[in-house]
Design a protein around this ligand. Structure first.
Ligand code: PLP
Length: 349
């Protein structure tokens, strides 16, 4: 098989949910964010594992994503859509009982006209300036919206992964002011907000990345292993080069292995020269440029010819790869391409 194998540990994902649920505190429910195909890991399987662990409220970015989750979970669990009620979404929202998080007066009007009996939530902008009603808009419609009993009022923190940022306190204070006395369940914290402590938990938390093993949840269990098949081995002689534009030259004769994955599979080309693959706990530095479908690694540390080299493994998690690429674990996960064979391990789901 020429494709890499991505093994997703559903028990680890379920355990991460349980741990974040415990950190959210006893008076707070813990939801689960499964947007972008469950952060690249397969929305249906991941959602079922999380439901098995106890999650009852799920969040996606777009109504179409909600449809995949509804198919996987059936009726019962609540599915919230961050982008709200967009033009063209009405049938899907109504038929699949998805709950739009309304982001503007326009969306509120559209929803109340098109689906007056259907549930909705409200998203408020408390400082991120990305999505949600501005405080002035909310003040104008609060007396229309609150009597219709929104299922949830939420906002999102911009700097939750920086506990010292004064923006966190400013946002939580504004959120309290905008929602005090409304009697509606509230949600502010995602993974980072859970870790900021009880002031940020309200009635519901919405973790995403921590479920999938990423920072800022340091105690997360790794949820993915990525093994790449060795297609060919060889020896690059002293003075020869590897890959496009000959960016690496062999200082000594170097045994190499070429594996079948590249930037088309989410191994960012910017990782050229900064990444290692692993076999049996031994580091195998990547040589030269990452190609579309191929990567070459130095296997001089190995005593045998490997069958596979691992990109994600106990020695190297998503955040280590992210640091090498000067990005975040979220991007590494969601960039994992469609060519990998996805295998699920664990009881959950
Ligand atoms: C993605 C997202 C989340 C989940 O955030 P994590 O940092 O992955 O825990 C929660 N809320 C909103 C609005 C989001 O866009």
């Amino acid at each position: 098989m020429g494709t890499g194998q991505l093994t997703i540990d559903l028990d680890a994902i379920a355990a991460n949910w349980t741990a974040l649920d415990a950190l959210s505190g006893s008076g707070t429910e813990t939801g689960a964010v499964v947007k972008a195909n469950g952060y690249g890991l397969g929305a249906g399987r991941v959602a079922r594992a999380l439901a098995h662990a106890g999650a009852r409220r799920f969040f996606v970015a777009q109504a179409e994503e909600g449809s995949a989750i509804r198919n996987a979970l059936g009726r019962g669990p609540e599915i919230y859509v961050f982008s709200g009620h967009m033009r063209g979404d009405t049938d899907m929202l109504g038929d699949l009982e998805l709950i739009p998080m309304l982001n503007s007066i326009d969306q509120l009007t559209r929803h109340l006209e098109a689906l007056p009996q259907s549930p909705f939530g409200i998203q408020l902008d408390t400082g991120m300036n990305r999505l949600g009603m501005e405080p002035g808009e909310w003040t104008a419609v609060r007396d229309v919206a609150v009597p219709r009993k929104p299922r949830l009022i939420m906002s999102h923190l911009a700097s939750a992964d920086e506990p010292e940022s004064p923006q966190n306190k400013a946002q939580v204070q504004l959120f309290r002011e905008l929602t005090s006395g409304c009697g509606i369940p509230r949600s502010l914290g995602a993974t980072g907000g859970i870790l900021l402590g009880a002031d940020y938990h309200f009635e519901l938390t919405r973790p995403g990345i921590g479920l999938y093993g990423g920072l800022p949840f340091r105690d997360a269990r790794q949820a993915v292993q990525l093994d790449l098949p060795v297609i060919q081995t060889g020896v690059v002689l002293k003075g020869e080069s590897v890959g496009y534009n000959a960016t690496w030259q062999a200082p000594v004769d170097t045994p190499t292995a070429t594996v079948g994955a590249g930037y088309a599979d989410g191994i960012l080309r910017g990782l050229s020269g900064k990444l290692s693959l692993w076999a049996d706990g031994v580091e195998c530095p990547v040589l030269g440029r990452v190609s579309m479908d191929l990567v070459v690694a130095d296997i001089s540390g190995l005593s045998h010819e490997p069958r596979v080299l691992s990109l994600l493994c106990p020695e190297q998690g998503i955040d280590a790869v992210a640091a090498a690429a000067d990005t975040i674990g979220y991007e590494i996960l969601t960039a994992l391409g469609p060519r990998y064979a996805r295998r699920y391990s664990g009881r959950a789901g």
